[in-house]
Design a binder for this molecule. Sequence first.
Ligand SMILES: O=C(O)CCC(=O)C(=O)O
Ligand SMILES: [Fe+2]
Length: 205
Amino acid sequence: MQAYIDEWFQTSAPSIQLEENMLVLYPSFLPSNLADHALNTLITDIPWQQHSLKIYGRRIPFPRLMYWMGQPGTAYRFSGNEFQPHPWHPVVLTIKSLIEQNLPASFNSVLLNLYRHGRDSMSWHADDETCLGPTPTIASISLGSTRHFAWKPKFVKGPSRRIPLPHGSLLIMKGQFQHHYLHALPKTSPPKGCRINLTFRNIVQ
Ligand SMILES: O=C(O)CCC(=O)C(=O)O
Ligand SMILES: [Fe+2]
């Protein structure tokens, strides 16, 4: 599978289907001028927030900055945090409508993640909160430095796989993906510049 992904990456096919179509990558989804503009604008316009995880009474800062945006009423709760939605940024709305024109899905909220360098990361998890519904479609846009997206089976022992997410790419997780797999954004040791990730979601309750 990994060889297939690596080989595919040397070609310029518009999309790659993985895990029986539950994971689909469009490596160059955004027009490059929009991707560049979004990266430069969001880095400075967003008042990025440092949230933390409470473990045994201690607060551990997440190794990345975050910001929650969306329609009123789309509060997002995870790891002991509750995010109230901030109003849409116009660049985020432009990207959202481009995705919605190309997918049979619509979104009412987005989590923005800022990975400042290669040591920022996201640990293994599934986006399986009840508020996302049983088979959520999540559309994930990457801007800036290329980082690897890793995934592995949730219930059976099996190797993890990884795929690079280039500037302007779109990764779709859908169907039973959150049920069967965990995913992560691992740290990297070679120095890396910053990366912004936008994961569009639909909060259903
Ligand atoms: O940064 C990424 O590509 C992954 C983000 C993610 O998994 C999440 O926000 O739930
Ligand atoms: Fe996730």
